[in-house]
Design a protein around this ligand. Structure first.
Ligand SMILES: CC(C)(COP(=O)(O)OP(=O)(O)OC[C@H]1O[C@@H](n2cnc3c(N)ncnc32)[C@H](O)[C@@H]1OP(=O)(O)O)[C@@H](O)C(=O)NCCC(=O)NCCS
Length: 169
């Protein structure tokens, strides 16, 4: 059964494979994959440090990262941001997630959101804001299937964005 764990120095091979897939679809271009294997422990530590309020950069809020692991492989990532700042309240919300491209449409998206809501509840949140572009059908289905109630529509980068709230109590 898939589980959420905090970033760890395990799963290096599947993490790097996943990053190659994310880069192939145009994200994470700032990370050098060739040096990542040597810097893996530092990279993991950087992710862990983002949860430390004392270390976050100006204008940012702490973000707690979790990895979805199934059958010994890295499948995807979710971050829980709390408390919201004005920018995240406008767009971004509490929870951001992604599943590696080769593992999509197998139900992992729904699972990562369900598991993240349980973590958010443990952090003391009783409702979370989640946002997605209107044309992101997979994400919309996940949010609406996870109990998301549409709050409002916003224009983001010339596209229609949707803001939802999910009650978790
Ligand atoms: C959005 C994302 C997390 C979905 O992950 P996933 O593992 O494919 O999700 P699931 O398999 O749980 O699918 C959830 C539902 O959406 C549907 N779905 C997923 N991708 C879809 C797509 N591209 N087009 C149409 N439907 C899609 C699935 O069929 C499923 O529907 P069902 O429950 O009615 O059968 C993944 O596509 C992703 O990481 N995208 C890039 C990052 C991103 O967009 N993050 C969200 C930012 S708001």
């Amino acid at each position: 059964m898939a589980q959420l764990i905090r970033p760890t120095t395990q799963y290096c091979d599947s993490y790097i494979e996943a990053l190659r897939e994310f880069q192939a679809e145009g994200t994470n271009q700032n990370i050098s994959i060739t040096s990542l294997r040597d810097n893996y422990a530092n990279h993991v530590q950087d992710l862990l440090d983002e949860s430390d309020a004392a270390r976050v950069k100006p204008g940012k809020v702490p973000a707690v990262y979790y990895w979805l692991i199934d059958e010994g492989e890295y499948i995807g990532q979710v971050s829980i941001r709390h408390p919201l700042n004005e920018s995240l309240r406008q767009w971004g919300g509490h929870i951001g997630y992604r599943i590696r491209p080769s593992r999509r449409r197998r139900g992992y998206g729904r699972q990562i959101l369900r598991l993240a809501l349980a973590e958010a509840q443990r952090m003391g949140l009783i409702r979370v804001m989640v946002t997605c572009y209107a044309d992101n059908i997979g994400s919309r289905k996940m949010i609406e299937g996870g109990g998301g109630v549409l709050d409002s529509q916003v224009q983001v980068d010339g596209k229609v964005g949707l803001k939802y709230w999910i009650e978790i109590l």
